[in-house]
Design a protein. Sequence first.
Lengths: 284, 386, 271
Amino acid sequence: MQRQGLRTWLFLAPAGAWFLCMLVLPLIVVFVFAFGERGAAGGYVPAFTFENFANLGARWTAFQNTMILAPVGTLACLLIAYPLAYFLALRASVRWRTLLLILVIVPFWTSILIRSYAWIYLLGGQGIPSLVKAMGLGSIRLINTPFSVLVGIVYGYLPLMVFPIYVALERLDKRLLEASSDLGSPPWRSFLQVTLPLSMPGVATGCMLVFILLMGEFLIPALLGGGKVFFIGNALVDLFLQSRNWPFGAAVAVALVLVMLVTVAAYLRFTRRWAGGRDDVSLM
Amino acid sequence: MTDRKDFLTREKFMEELYRYKKGSVTRRHFLGVTGLGLATSVLGSAVPGLRGAAFAQGSIGDRVVLATWPNYHDPANFEAFTAATGAAVDMNVFGSNEEMLAKLQAGGSGWDIVVATNYAIPTYVETGLIEPLDLSRIPNFDPSAYDPRFASPGVIEGKTYGIPRNLGTTGYCINTADLEGGATPTTWKEYWDLTRGALSGRVIVHDYQLTAIGNALKYFGYSFNSVDPAELAEAEKLLIEAKPHLFAITSDYQPSMRSGDAAMSMCWTGDAVQLQRDIPEIAYVLGKEGGELWSDFFTVPASAPHKDAAYALINFLLDPQIGAKEQAFHGYPTGDSRVDALMPEEVLKDPVLYPAAELLSALEFGAAVTLTDPTRAEIMARFKAA
Amino acid sequence: MRIYALAVYLFLYIPIGVIALFSFNAGRHAAQFQGFSAQWYGKALSNPFVVDAFQTSLIVALTSAVLATLFGTMAAMALQSVKGRLRVAFDALIYIAVMVPGIVIGIATLIALVTLFDWLNPLLAAVWPLAEGAPQLSLGYGSLIAAHGLFAMALVIIIVRARMAGMDRSLVEASADLGATPWGTFRQVTLPQIFPGILAGFLLAFTFSFDDFIIAFFVAGSQTTLPVYVFSSIRRGVTPEINAIGTMVLAVSLLMLVTAQAILQRGRKAG
């Protein structure tokens, strides 16, 4: 028993040390810095002040953009991904299924940077808007708008939503659907009463993954928002890499982490109750 | 230093340099003998055996990394440098001095050359981020060829930290075709009024506190460099009011001006020249109220990993022939009279590059205080986050 | 339904098609197609900065994925027999590691390490016994690997643990009853069962690190990873060279995916 205990400790030590040095300590440093002051040329000077937290209101718009576009983006991903996952799991022929699934991830394997950059071109003046104009539908502007950021979000995170839903639907016991139809329910009722509730764990997992990543998003608004659609992530990068206000940046980071922890905890509670007390709503 | 016959020794090199400076030999002779300049690049690319060895100092490594500005270098000249020396050139492009400073402060930028604007140099020196240059390694640099007004910010307490790169003004470019017959504006007041009026949704402001805030201050007739809280508050109000009417906040505005997405943008001289080359309807306006006059400098960070290559590249780019090619590409005057002597007359008469005296006298050099002023930094960040 | 799926696939592939198409552009401008040429592939492959960035990304991704997989699997196995406070603490750490946005991890690591190095470097110089001068601690490979490995390790723990939960414990007991050593049991019973989880974890860890921009943006120091290089190229004004890089990365990823699939398939058949 003693040896068992020793081995457990040895096995846990590297992971524990890694978490401690690269996660716990840096987060403590951020927390401490959040109470400091900006140096004369930028950076950090030790101090104890709540001023940085009092100034958080100055980034309210960025928080607001994130808090609106992260859920909206998650929802848009869900609405587009669900029918696709449904098709793949229940309608596509078994022979093609693996290939079609792989085709969903392949775009995910090019850098998100390069994919977003393709959208800069497609949404810019010489892309889709020029097509629309040529068709005589008037001039529209797409790039540097919340819409272009939303397109980038859906494009970037769609696979993350498709997969968990696909897994949930694929596991679904087909006999349940047959039973439902044998009992005379029309297809839409079978869907609402059988398929949808049973796929909820997958939906919850996918939403969670996408939402978490969106809350800290920087690249997509930076590339497709033109400095006009600002997320908290952009505000953070700005504070560290332009105005060099480390303490205020630290305070914004602390606020972001707190908002996330609260939102995610609430979400988990909510989805657990919603999924009927099931415990398989997890991150992966 | 080397046993190869075709190379000069360091002593011989210095002797030639001295003779050249005294004026007893021509520049052509000097460049020919020392193997520097264009001769080097031609030789280097023609004779593959010379690769990596064309510089008398011997091997300078296989790379050099610059932190610099958008649309600021002719790739062909870098390719010539690589062909001559074997060192490949990489650029990291930035939209503001503040961004470069932040990256340097965060440690380990990996840059060998930073192209800094006049007002940033005092801070770089104070914080020890750049070091005094060894001018003996930049024989192509001739301080007497420059107007002291533009070259002096590179010298601090008698030590040269920066070699002049280019100079210019910050005004705005406007696609006159979008004015629908209206008169071309002449002031900053009109820039901000058009932004919130006829050109709403099609205007670009620099992602750069110095010019974004400075030119907003000009709307009210305040100094471009003001750090007065009350004046800055007015400028911030204007910026935030204008924000919904902007197309983007970015310092790389050429693509949007070219595609027609944007109709007006804060603009540096060279970019205006490059835009006008392809789209003649684009006009460059220096606001009558004033604005910025600047000069950029090559500086070498204390942390530069490839200093030999940094010196070699600076020296290479200072060759008047190369300087002339650079100007032909990007449009910015070098301020080097040896380069001006090589430029065609219509360039020297270009009102964009060499503005009339009454416009020039209203301009200000950026002040060092604006780089580190916390209020300006925060206003810029708030403007972007609004 | 089919038409819908087709539309989504078009949405997914049109931008990629655009990238690939423009990578064969003969002209230097990204936005106008001026004839067909493969020159940008040659340019990208002979550009030492691209090659270097690729190498850095590969080294960082491999090292961090190997370490994360090793330590993560060890921790996942040990955690099976851990209850009480230690278990709660570890669960909390995993939860936080997954939850805290990459951007915050990047910034936190940056300011913590820069502060630590500012403090350690003079100390190191003072106590250094040799004349040549003490080594300067700075951001680079170490900080990249450590920061990337963190998130990857949390992923590996989650995946391997999920796999273990579905494992048949009676086999382990049977193996022990039949007199196998703990190592033998692990090698012959546990490992084959959790291997797909470990492999999946490794691949995810590798992909995450190889594709990560935001953490590397902050902690890479003077090193340049491929995404950081691509980001600065996009800012510099795009030439088709970037498209060529993107297309190549996609091709290599596809190749790896197919290989992994083949290995898994064979493993399944052999098992």
